[in-house]
Design a protein around this ligand. Structure first.
Ligand SMILES: Cc1cc2nc3c(=O)[nH]c(=O)nc-3n(C[C@H](O)[C@H](O)[C@H](O)COP(=O)(O)O)c2cc1C
Ligand code: SF4
Length: 456
């Protein structure tokens, strides 16, 4: 049952529903979380999830994506993060921080800067990252990445969190090293499937050493890369072409999963695809207007960003079908892959992507495909979803439509639900967005305003 508790490495989740990483521009311009952030996180705890996994907090002081997301790259971020985490834990919800480094998938920046194109190898990628091309980190710089992750994990423990998760998916730096289409290195970090795994192995080993054996530690892994070429044009091609075209397959990533288990990882969080966003990680639609907005918002940074924005100005009749190749399916697409990981690796598995109906969640858990289900967009649309399940509802009255408007707007606007069809009026939608970004005092004011409006 979704409401059954589960203990992993001494941490007991009160139920099997986890808020998957989701976040927005809720930090000051130095990366310190603001009052809106802790209230954002607290609202999911109030809704009844068993645990919350933070948005990806960046571990590199210079590379940051998107802007105004919280950072964890320095000790000065510990105290402000602790204040918010305590509010969540006071409600009985566990709090885990997800650590990541976007590498060349850095989406936005105030100014164009070289460090935002750091990767495993040099090359060009039309869709991901705003810089014209990516460059290869030196061996010494890669070793520094390992240190950055371990330092950040130690901070997670110092904050008093219940666990730490590393993202090796999303097309972020670790994923760039795992991916055969991107990693063409000839040093110890490339050249074979095992060498491409070395960065993740070193990070996991260093983190385990930093946090100790008794601290909950998971890895978010993409089961299959689904590079989705040719739309996601990526150059130069690498041999064998199959790896360049499709990336890692599930047999390869299951082998990585077994190695992660042997290195002391406690659970795997299974998603899919390469790059944020992609149709396997964020199943549903790809909204043309939002993609245009995002591309326009970065167009000033580089020639490539200008080119992308220009291409999207082509007539909608051309752009929409081309952009939506692979999209349009909002089912729980990753469940069968999660099942294979659970059976073949033997670690507890969190399944993610497209869950929203109680019966789907119950079926996934009962069939043994996963131990826990994580959700992001459905909880943004209805943060009290666990309470609704508890009251016997199959799904909320106005469910998330998986339109992905929030997913793209979060880089530019306050995070909230932007699907107008879910609201009675523009005002109602705006109020909901403002509420997500409000501090405690501001939320009280909004409640008063809403009551006044109801009375008139
Ligand atoms: C606004 C937004 C921000 C997200 N940020 C992150 C993130 O920081 N790290 C991450 O691993 N996934 C992130 N995701 C992906 C979600 O965690 C989740 O994998 C995805 O939305 C699919 O799950 P869902 O169908 O339950 O929404 C984000 C998703 C959204 C909508
Ligand atoms: S904008 Fe709203 S309906 Fe659309 S995916 Fe986000 S939460 Fe769901």
């Amino acid at each position: 049952m979704w409401s059954d508790p589960l203990t992993i490495n001494q941490v007991t989740l009160p139920n099997r529903l986890v808020r998957s990483s989701i976040g927005g521009r809720m930090a000051y311009y130095d990366g310190t979380v603001n009052g809106a952030w802790s209230n954002f996180e607290k609202r999911f705890a109030e809704g009844g999830v068993g645990a919350i996994i933070s948005a990806t907090l960046t571990i590199d002081e210079r590379r940051w994506s998107p802007l105004e997301y919280p950072k964890i790259s320095h000790d000065r971020f510990i105290a402000p993060l602790r204040r918010g985490v305590r509010k969540v834990q006071a409600l009985g919800t566990k709090y885990l921080v997800q650590l990541g480094d976007p590498g060349y998938h850095t989406q936005t920046s105030l100014f164009s800067q070289r460090t935002d194109s750091a990767s495993a190898s040099s090359g060009f990628d039309l869709l991901f990252g705003y810089r014209n091309s990516r460059f290869a980190l030196t061996t010494g710089e890669v070793e520094q990445v390992v240190v950055n992750f371990a330092d950040a994990a130690r901070r997670v423990r110092d904050i008093g969190c219940d666990g730490v998760e590393v993202t090796a998916s999303k097309g972020y730096l670790i994923h760039q090293f795992l991916n055969p289409g991107i990693n063409r290195r000839t040093d110890k970090y490339g050249g074979s499937a095992q060498a491409r795994f070395r960065l993740l192995a070193e990070i996991v080993t260093a983190i385990r050493e930093a946090v100790g054996p008794d601290f909950l530690f998971g890895v978010r892994l993409s089961a299959r890369d689904y590079n989705h070429l040719p739309l996601n044009l990526r150059l130069p091609p690498s041999l064998p072409l199959r790896g360049w075209w499709f990336g890692n397959d599930i047999d390869q990533t299951i082998d990585y999963g077994r190695q992660l288990r042997d290195l002391g990882v406690d659970y795997l969080h299974i998603s899919n695809g390469f790059g944020f966003i992609n149709p396997r990680e964020n199943p549903g639609d790809l909204p043309v207007d939002e993609v245009r907005m995002f591309m326009d918002s970065t167009a000033h940074l580089t020639r490539k960003a200008r080119l992308r924005s220009g291409l999207l100005r082509l007539p909608r009749a051309l752009v929409r079908p081309a952009m939506n190749i692979g999209w349009g399916d909002a089912r729980t697409l990753n469940l069968d892959d999660a099942r294979r990981f659970r059976a073949e690796v033997g670690l507890p598995v969190i399944a993610n992507g497209g869950f929203q109906r109680r019966s789907d969640i119950e079926a996934a858990l009962a069939s043994g495909a996963c131990d826990v289900v994580s959700m992001a967009r459905p909880l943004l649309a209805n943060p009290d979803l666990p309470k609704l399940f508890g009251a016997g509802h199959e799904q909320p009255e106005r469910p998330c439509t998986f339109c992905n408007r929030c997913t793209i707007r979060t880089t530019m606007f306050p995070l909230g639900c932007y699907d107008r069809s879910r609201f009675d009026s523009d005002e109602q939608m705006e109020q909901q967005i403002i509420r997500w970004s409000a501090t405690l005092d501001e939320q009280a004011e909004l409640d008063e305003q809403a009551e006044e409006l109801q009375g008139t």
